[in-house]
Design a protein around this ligand. Sequence first.
Ligand SMILES: Cc1cc2nc3c(=O)[nH]c(=O)nc-3n(C[C@H](O)[C@H](O)[C@H](O)COP(=O)(O)OP(=O)(O)OC[C@H]3O[C@@H](n4cnc5c(N)ncnc54)[C@H](O)[C@@H]3O)c2cc1C
Length: 308
Amino acid sequence: MSIANDCEAFIKEITPFLSPGQIERQEPMERHTTFRVGGVADCVVYPATIEDVRRILSLTVRYGLPLTVMGNGSNLLVRDKGIRGVVLIFGKPAAYIERRGMRLIVGAGTLLGAVAQNALQEGLSGLEFAAGIPGSLGGAVFMNAGAYGGEMKQIVTRITALDGAGKTIEYATEEAQFGYRTSIFQENQHIICEVEVSLTKGDPGEIRVAMEALNERRRQKQPLEYPSAGSTFKRPPGYFAGTLIDETGLKGLSIGGAQVSEKHAGVIINRGGATAEDILALIAEVQRRVFEARGIKLIPEVRIVGEE
Ligand SMILES: Cc1cc2nc3c(=O)[nH]c(=O)nc-3n(C[C@H](O)[C@H](O)[C@H](O)COP(=O)(O)OP(=O)(O)OC[C@H]3O[C@@H](n4cnc5c(N)ncnc54)[C@H](O)[C@@H]3O)c2cc1C
């Protein structure tokens, strides 16, 4: 059986369990990534519940279909040939926030910005650093997203995930092995379904001021006017990727529609019409030139997926 046939069989079996709009065929991934690039995915499914995730997982195993998990696509580069098999997108159907005392129980598809706004309204402090990071909660835990001295590790107290066999596993903070832009989920590929964040009591006025100040810093420093995936490279120990790239004279370097931002050298932007191929070539060129000039190997922070 071909992947196309297996996908059809998968769709036929999963459809009765989903609501209309929870499944799509032949979906262009440029619609789902902040880079605005990426070819077509065979099949996209938007789970609403942990049961949906379990069912999707078990059917992809049964049909031997590759499964790609994503959230808001804000740290993803999808190749031009797209994604074979099933893409599980944690989006609106998996977005919810429930308050329990000083804790928020959040669906993996909820946007960080929405959780931060909710915390602000509830007078809960701790998420100020995250207000401007455009990811989902699941993606933010997977990446241990952070900014301005804050990171997910500081506020996440429990994670509910599914392992490859569909078994529910609860993780406490220390079990998640958070590090700089990494977590255990990058190793074990467990699917993050729900996240508990623990916050402290705060003054809504002060929280708002802090969020606005950080967002203003972002607007000044980052090329938010162009599609990108934020920082392209991880920070090498002891350096800033953007500074190294700038000092190597690479600001403005372009390949096709991809460009090293002139505003922030650590960010590759889509100036318009960029392909994944352009971006990958530019990443490789930046790595090559920085290594030549400084002997430092830049490692992409952006995750690269899709058919080669
Ligand atoms: C303008 C801009 C600014 C940014 N600023 C920052 C910043 O300040 N700090 C920072 O850390 N990042 C920043 N980023 C990067 C990005 O927002 C974060 O990495 C974010 O956490 C990614 O979340 P996502 O939902 O978009 O994940 P995606 O890009 O969809 O996925 C990223 C990875 O997480 C995995 N994943 C996603 N959801 C799940 C899940 N539920 N279960 C298991 N695995 C999952 C995917 O398989 C993939 O490997 C920025 C990006 C942009 C575009």
